[in-house]
Design a protein around this ligand. Structure first.
Ligand code: GDP
Length: 324
């Protein structure tokens, strides 16, 4: 039986990855913080996962965990995930999104050198490493030029994976474009929109307040991105993971309202300067040809289906609350 260690196992993509690896017959271990609000949900969806308490910022604990679990693969999904919040917490962003990559890669190398046990390392990197790219779509060769603390922390991790791969470690960096699901927190625009639309549909709210409606993203389905990470463990390389289809925030809003039968949505949405960012990567669009050719990976559903699943989930959840 193969053993995986997942950081960020209680997060959106980590929880899907845990479920998929368990279904494929892996033993799954994960790192969770002591006061992790999403731990209960994880115990419901992946009850066989072995959870270890600890903090990503605690380097000694992290290295010890790698030695104790002696995994066949480490999937590093932990860290602060919000671009907007990284401006308020740049130092914590470095401590939990950048530095643990060094701790984990070093622990993999030491474990391999000491025991001969090969360890695959898969980094959940981000399209934010490309910043305001002139290249559209972005691919593995696109220059890494982040424009916010989150992107800079992910860029460090991405480069370090390349450095360890060059000295023989089985290390992959998956450059994940935005990926969404009903498990996405409302700090992300997609879930904020689907929950807001559900509240308007149910008569709980009258307006949706958003920032930049013109921002363009390549949004995929989070379980597909979890699958890409699992596939990358077997073939070390850098991989862009994206759908190759771009939509604006306004498109996402229109699709969400359409899912509850509202076509005339403009008067229901207000622009609020509080949600406009100091810098915003303008067009994110990824070319996942390498992942398709080398890993056989491709997205299973389109954005309309992603939106449909998220809106249906929120209408059901908030409808229950509205009638309680
Ligand atoms: P990110 O791409 O990882 O930062 O994911 P987000 O879902 O937080 O943001 C996606 C895009 O939506 C960014 O370009 C934001 O500027 C834009 N956006 C527009 N309105 C909002 C809002 O109200 N909240 C958030 N989080 N993003 C917004």
């Amino acid at each position: 039986m193969r053993t995986a260690l997942i950081t960020g196992i209680s997060g959106q993509t980590g929880s899907y990855l845990a479920e998929q690896l368990l279904a494929d017959g892996w033993a799954v271990h994960g790192l969770v913080r002591k006061a992790d609000a999403r731990r209960d949900a994880l115990e419901g969806t992946a009850p066989e996962a072995v959870l270890h308490e600890g903090d990503l910022a605690d380097a000694a604990r992290l290295a010890e965990l790698v030695d104790d679990v002696a995994p066949d693969a480490i999937f590093n999904l932990g860290g602060l995930t919000s671009v907007a919040a990284s401006w308020g917490q740049p130092i914590e962003t470095e401590a939990v999104t950048a530095r643990p990559v060094a701790v984990l890669l070093d622990a993999c190398r030491r474990l391999r050198d000491r025991t001969g046990h090969p360890v695959a390392f898969v980094q959940a990197s981000s399209a934010e490493i490309f910043g305001h790219s002139d290249e559209v779509p972005q691919r593995e060769s696109t220059p890494v030029r982040p424009v916010n603390p989150y992107g800079a922390a992910k860029a460090y991790g991405h480069h370090l994976v390349g450095a360890y791969r060059a000295v023989g470690l089985n290390a992959s960096s998956c450059i994940l474009f935005n990926h969404e699901s009903p498990r996405r927190p409302e700090t992300f625009v997609t879930r904020k929109i689907t929950a807001g639309v559900a509240r308007i549909h149910l008569g709980l709210e009258t307006k949706l307040r958003l920032g930049n409606l013109d921002a363009v993203r390549d949004w995929g389905w989070a379980p597909d991105y979890a699958r890409a990470l699992a596939l990358a463990a077997a073939r070390p390389d850098d991989y862009v993971i994206a759908t190759g289809v771009a939509h604006s925030v306004a498109d996402f809003v229109a699709m969400s309202f359409a899912a509850v039968g509202i076509t005339d949505w403009r008067s229901l949405v207000e622009q609020d300067p509080a949600f406009i960012r100091p810098t915003d990567a303008a067009i994110q669009l990824g070319d996942a040809s390498r992942a398709h050719d080398a890993l056989g990976w491709s997205p299973t559903i389109d954005l309309e289906s992603v939106v449909g699943a998220m809106v249906a989930h929120d209408v059901e959840r908030l409808g229950g609350e509205a009638h309680a």
